[in-house]
Design a protein around this ligand. Structure first.
Ligand code: NAG
Ligand code: NAG
Ligand code: NAG
Length: 615
C-alpha cells in the first residue's frame, strides 16, 4: 500500500464511522461541517503538452509552473492543447492559458451592429448562451464576479434563411481589459454568429471543487482567444426515426440541444413509416387518427411549428421526411371506409416476409389517383409549415416489388399503362410515382408560398443505381442520400454523374447497428475515423438513429457522444486522429451532461482523468 492509498483508506474509514454516527447525531451542530471537510483531494490537474490533462498529486509536483495546474478538470481542458475544450474543432484557434472569473448575470450582448431584422432571433440565440452557462454550474453560479463581459455582435446580412448556401463562418475574439472583458463576434449570417456564441460558451468552464461544499461553483473564461472557423461540409445531419417509436417532443428538443452543441445543422425527421403516423395533418386528420400509436403520441401542427422555431434558434434546419411509396401503411389504411379505394396495399399483412423488408408491411397504391390527392394534401400542410427555401425528404427506399406484384389493382394498372410485367416494369411504376409525387410537391409549394421548384431529398435504392438513375431522376431536382455500406461504389458513381449527394454509410454511421441481427456496433472512434469525399456535389453526411429497438428511455446514451464524433468529422474533417480528439470529446461529454443530456461514457473514469494514458 502506498502512502496515498493508506491516507485515502484511513479517510474512508473515518468517513464511514462518521456516517454511521450521523444517524444518531443529525441535530448536532458542526458534524456536517466535519464531514464536508473530511474529503480533500490530494490532486490537481496538470496540462501536459501533447497529452492533455493529467491528474497529479499536488504535494509532489516536479515542476512549479502553476499556470499549468487546475483544481477543475473542466477548466484544465478548456485551456489545454491547441483547441482547448472546443468541440467541434475550429479551423484555427489561439487560446490563452489563463482564465478569469465571470458571472452570467454580468454578460451583455451588444447588437448595435446587426441588421435590425435579425435582432429578435439573435436575442433568442443569446438567451441560450445564458442558459448553457448557468448549466455549467447546475443552474447556480455562486461565485459572484462583477466584471462585465460584453459580447459585441457583428452580423452582415439580414438573410435568415437556413439552406445549403447559408454562410456559417465566424470570427471570435476574446480580450480581457482592465474594467471589462470584450468579446467580438463577426459573421456574415445570424447562424455564423450563433456558432460563435456556442464556441464562446465552450471557452467557459465551471470551477467547482470536487470536495467540501458542493454548492460552490464559479465560471472561468479564458482571458484571451482568437478563433477563425467555418464548416467543411454544408449538410451535417442527425436522423431521428419517430415512427418505429414515438419520441416525445421534449426528447427531440434535447436532441436538438445536443446537435447545436456540436454545430450540426440538419435534423432529418423520419416522422412517418409503415409502423405509425404521428405527424398531424390538418387537411388529412385520418393520418393520425388511424396511424398514431395513441392519442398522446401525436405531433400536433402547433408543436411542429414550435419545433422548427426551436431548431432555428439553434442553427438547425428541420427536414421532414415522408417516406414513400414504400414504408407507408398505418395511417393510410382508411381509404375504403371513405370511398377512396385502397390508398396503401399490403398493410399489416402477415406473413410479411414476401411482401416487405420488415413488419408491418405497407406500400402506397400507385394505381389509385385518390392516393395522390391525399398525398398532395399532406404536402400542402408541410409546405405551409416549413420555412423557405423548403426542403422535403421524399423517402424512396426499399420498394418491395412483391407487394405491388401481389396486388391485382396494380398489375392491371400496369397492363393498361403498357408497362412490362418484369422488374423493369415495376421500376417504371416506381419512377412514375416519384414523378407524380414531385409534381404534386412542386404545385403545392407554389400554391402555398409562390416559390419555384426546390430540390428534394431521396434515399438511394434500386432506382438510384448508377446505370439506372439518369433515366428516372433528374440531378437538378434530386439530392440522393446514399446509405450503402462504405465499400459500395454508388456514392462515388453518383458524384461522378453530377448528382448532389449526402452520405450515411450504414455499416459505420447507423446508431442502431449492434443491437439487432448480425449488425456491428460502431464506437465513437470508428465513427470518427470515417472520412467523406470532398467534392462540390457532395453536401455532407448524417448519423442515423433508427428506433426499432429504442425509445426515449435509451435515446441519449445511444446517440451521444457518438453523434458528436460524426459532428466534428462533418464540421472540421480533421486529419489528426482519434487520440488527439479524445480529451476534447471528454470535455464535450461533460458539457452535454451539464446541459441535461445523458451521454454514454467514453471509457473508464480513470482514463478521463489521465488523457492519453489509455491508448
Ligand atoms: C521551482 O521554483 C524554485 C524557486 O523559484 C526553483 O528553484 C526550482 O528550480 C523550480 N523547479 C522546477 C522543477 O522548475
Ligand atoms: C508555464 O507553462 C506555460 C505553458 O507551457 C508557458 O507558456 C509558460 O511560459 C510557463 N511559465 C513559466 C514560469 O515557466
Ligand atoms: C409477379 O408475379 C407473378 C405471378 O406470381 C410472377 O410470375 C412474376 O415473376 C412476378 N414478377 C416479378 C417481377 O416479380
Amino acid at each position: 500500500m502506498t502512502v496515498l492509498q493508506f491516507v485515502m483508506a484511513s479517510r474512508w474509514v473515518l468517513l464511514a464511522v462518521v456516517a454511521v454516527h450521523l444517524g444518531h447525531c443529525i441535530e448536532e451542530n458542526g458534524l456536517t461541517d466535519t464531514i464536508s471537510h473530511v474529503y480533500e483531494p490530494t490532486w490537481m490537474y496538470k496540462c501536459v503538452p501533447d497529452e492533455g490533462c493529467q491528474r497529479t498529486r499536488h504535494h509532489q509536483l516536479s515542476d512549479n509552473n502553476t499556470s499549468l495546474l487546475f483544481g477543475s478538470l473542466d477548466v484544465c481542458r478548456t485551456v489545454c492543447g491547441r483547441f482547448g475544450g472546443l468541440w467541434p474543432r475550429p479551423v484555427t484557434a489561439a487560446i490563452s492559458m489563463q482564465t478569469v472569473g465571470i458571472h452570467p448575470n454580468y454578460l451583455r450582448f451588444d447588437l448595435a451592429n446587426v441588421p435590425v431584422e435579425t435582432r429578435e432571433l439573435l436575442v433568442e440565440m443569446t438567451k441560450v448562451v445564458g442558459e448553457n452557462l448557468f448549466a455549467e454550474c447546475d443552474g447556480d453560479v455562486t461565485e459572484m464576479v462583477e466584471t462585465p463581459v460584453i459580447v459585441f455582435m457583428n452580423v452582415k446580412t439580414d438573410d435568415m434563411t437556413l439552406s445549403w448556401e447559408t454562410n456559417e463562418a465566424y470570427a471570435l475574439d476574446v480580450q480581457t481589459k482592465e474594467t471589462q472583458i470584450a468579446v467580438h463576434i463577426h459573421a456574415e449570417t445570424v447562424y455564423g454568429a450563433r456558432h460563435a456564441l456556442e464556441t464562446f460558451t465552450q471557452l467557459v468552464a465551471a470551477d467547482k471543487p470536487d470536495y467540501s461544499d458542493q454548492k460552490k461553483c464559479g465560471l472561468q473564461l479564458v482571458t484571451g482567444a482568437k478563433i477563425r472557423d467555418r464548416p467543411v461540409y454544408k449538410h451535417r445531419g442527425l436522423l431521428l426515426d419517430c415512427s418505429r417509436h414515438f419520441i416525445p417532443m421534449v426528447d427531440i428538443k434535447r436532441t436538438i440541444d445536443g446537435m447545436a452543441a456540436n454545430k450540426m445543422n440538419i435534423f432529418h425527421w423520419h416522422v412517418t413509416d409503415s409502423h405509425s403516423f404521428p405527424l398531424e395533418s390538418t387537411r388529412v386528420p385520418q393520418f393520425t387518427r388511424y396511424g398514431a400509436y395513441s392519442a398522446n403520441e401525436i405531433y400536433s401542427a402547433e408543436e411542429v411549428r414550435e419545433l422548427i422555431k426551436y431548431a432555428q434558434v439553434r442553427g438547425v434546419r428541420v427536414v421532414i421526411e415522408i417516406d414513400a411509396p414504400a414504408h407507408a401503411g398505418n395511417g393510410w389504411q382508411w381509404g375504403k371506409e371513405y370511398g377512396f379505394g385502397e390508398l396503401a396495399v399490403c398493410v399489416n399483412q402477415w406473413p410479411w416476409r414476401h411482401l416487405c423488408v420488415e413488419p408491418p408491411c405497407g406500400q402506397l397504391n400507385p394505381a389509385n389517383p385518390a392516393m395522390y390527392r391525399v398525398l398532395r394534401d399532406l404536402y400542402r400542410d408541410i409546405a405551409e409549415a416549413i420555412p423557405q427555401p423548403a426542403l422535403l425528404h421524399m423517402g424512396g427506399d426499399e420498394v418491395c416489388i412483391e407487394c405491388w406484384n401481389a396486388t391485382e389493382e396494380i398489375t392491371n394498372y400496369m397492363k393498361q399503362k403498357k408497362f412490362e410485367t418484369n422488374e423493369n416494369g415495376f421500376i417504371e411504376l416506381w419512377a412514375e410515382f416519384h414523378q407524380k409525387a414531385l409534381e404534386a410537391w412542386d404545385q403545392e409549394l407554389e400554391a402555398a408560398n409562390g416559390t419555384p421548384p426546390q430540390p428534394v431529398m431521396l434515399w438511394s435504392s434500386e432506382l438510384t443505381q448508377a446505370h439506372r438513375i439518369q433515366q428516372h431522376l433528374s440531378k437538378e431536382r434530386y439530392v440522393i442520400q446514399v446509405w450503402e455500406p462504405i465499400n459500395s461504389p454508388l456514392l462515388n458513381q453518383l458524384i461522378k454523374q453530377g448528382y448532389r449527394t449526402v452520405s450515411v454509410p450504414k455499416d459505420i454511421w447507423y446508431l442502431d447497428h449492434g443491437f439487432w441481427g448480425t449488425t456491428k456496433y460502431s464506437n465513437w472512434r470508428r465513427m470518427y475515423a470515417h472520412t467523406l469525399p470532398r467534392d462540390d456535389n457532395f453536401l455532407g453526411g448524417e448519423v442515423a438513429m433508427w428506433t426499432e429497438y429504442l425509445d426515449e428511455q435509451g435515446l441519449d446514451t445511444r446517440v451521444w457522444p457518438r453523434a458528436a464524433a460524426v459532428g466534428e468529422r462533418l464540421w472540421a474533417d480533421p486529419v489528426s486522429g482519434v487520440q488527439g480528439a479524445e480529451p476534447r470529446l471528454q470535455r464535450q461529454r461533460a458539457r452535454l451532461l451539464s446541459r441535461g443530456l445523458r451521454p454514454d461514457a467514453l471509457g473508464p473514469a480513470w482514463c478521463a482523468q489521465h488523457d492519453a494514458k489509455c491508448f
